[in-house]
Write a protein that binds this ligand. Sequence first.
Ligand code: S6P
Ligand code: ZN
Length: 199
Amino acid sequence: MVNIKIPFTFDVIQGDPMGLSQYDSHITRRLSAMKGMYLDEHAFAALAATSDPLLYEFYEISRPAVTGELLHGLSIVHPGKVGDEYYMTKGHFHTILETAEFYYCLRGQGVMVMETPEGVWAVESLQPNRALYVPPRWAHRSVNTGSGQDLVFLFVYPGNAGHDYGSIEVQGFRKLVVERNGKPEIIDNPRWLSPKDRS
Ligand code: S6P
Ligand code: ZN
């Protein structure tokens, strides 16, 4: 771990996959960690029966989980699909809802799917050298819509934000990103219920 009391630098390693010159944790999420998160359960089961592919991974530099600190690191979403649905992160709200996040895309093609607790939604595209600001209150999920290339981005968010996967794990986001005729398309998630219809 870096000395948390003095300024420091680190470098993005331009390899394949990309990486960081220093980090405190490297978290990997395989298909088996995403049970129930893809719409096509048959495709999920068929893929799970043959392998447990790595869908995404992220490197974090630890900072104290307090107001004033900024947690940061590098995320890599690998290319692939479960049925028609592209590989994606789980996605989450921040536990402290009123905390934002900043992203800077370094490689690949993708989108960020976002929504508020009230069900207002937005999808923004990610491509190299594009920055994205996720305002407070918006859940966020990154999706790799590219073919054959990693989607890679840097992220920065408040140290005290925390992660709330609750409603996302139950019903996902309001919108899904699937491939149709070789192109990404945004469709309604049939399992999504508006807040007033949830029990
Ligand atoms: C953290 C930030 C990213 C994600 C990472 C994995 O606030 O949004 O570091 O944690 O991309 O996504 P998830 O949804 O599995 O935490
Ligand atoms: Zn986040």
